[in-house]
Design a protein around this ligand. Sequence first.
Ligand SMILES: C[S@@+](CC[C@H](N)C(=O)[O-])C[C@H]1O[C@@H](n2cnc3c(N)ncnc32)[C@H](O)[C@@H]1O
Length: 333
Amino acid sequence: MNIPMNQTAAKVATTYNAVADNFDAQALSFWDRCGHRTIELLNPVRDSRILDVGCGSGASALCAARRIGPKGYVEAIDVAEKLLGLGRRKAESEGLSNIAFQYGDMTNLPYADNSFDYVVSVFSIFFADDIVAQLNEFRRVLRRDGTIAVTTWGNDMFEPGSSYFWEAVQSVNPGSKPSHNPWERLTNARAIRRLTDAASLLPTTIQCEQSQQILNDAEDWWTICLGSGYRGVVDSLSRSDREKVKGECLESIRHNRVGAISTSAIFTLMKNAPDKMRDRSCNLPHTKLGAKAKPGITGRTMMRTNKPSNMIVVVLSVLLISTLWRLRSGARL
Ligand SMILES: C[S@@+](CC[C@H](N)C(=O)[O-])C[C@H]1O[C@@H](n2cnc3c(N)ncnc32)[C@H](O)[C@@H]1O
């Protein structure tokens, strides 16, 4: 099913085909961990139909397929054929027949409207140039009462490893660090809330969870660079610069005795907004999603539900209690 790809997707495909040699290494077990956590929070019902976009080698898709049972169905799509191949082999070795790994560009989904009960995107939505348009595309293929699960990075992705990586890259190639990376558009609950408002979706959960990936040795950090989006930068360097960057990264990890990097993530579940709310959000001013992430998602977990009337109930309760209190103590009102 080869469909024309936009320029961004073509670039991403080159990077993620290259990472296939390291993607499933033990040092990158956070893909599995976060994929499983996404499906745990989504809690799909048995026999349902799920679309997993940007599925990689199948962390969330395989977990979903096990969970929904043999009568359910998972369609897992990606633009990186090599990762799809890894996913197919895992499904085969597990004997899972309710999942298909297909080539497909998430910005132009090859499915009819209202085809799926759930749409899942783990660490992939931010690769779309226009994230609101991407959410609208997810919604198009989702049933009216379906749920979208989107998982994104927290604001300290891979730190302190990330800082060491960019310092090393800058030392061989000054000015090469991009002003911001695609995932930095969605690293806090407020940015996600602006996104769901702009797409007229109702977030039922925005949960920020801190987690770390243990490094058994400094080499683990380099394996992560080779098995993640940083691979695109590594492969753009000359062989000697690549060796220098690797050496500097390992030296920083060892010198600072770094034993883990951050893999904190934000898990968001969203549904179609009721028609009344959709009409209202259509009138919202255009929201900018490129805002720089603010530090501060440091709580272990944080739950947001969309109940705007909660504040009114709290204020009225406080007023009522204070009035009763004053009456009881004989104060004049
Ligand atoms: C960071 S990886 C995450 C993979 C997987 N969801 C996981 O968590 O293990 C991002 C994935 O999104 C895919 N991707 C990016 N842009 C895409 C697009 N336009 N259409 C389909 N897949 C895309 C990449 O090829 C890559 O496999």
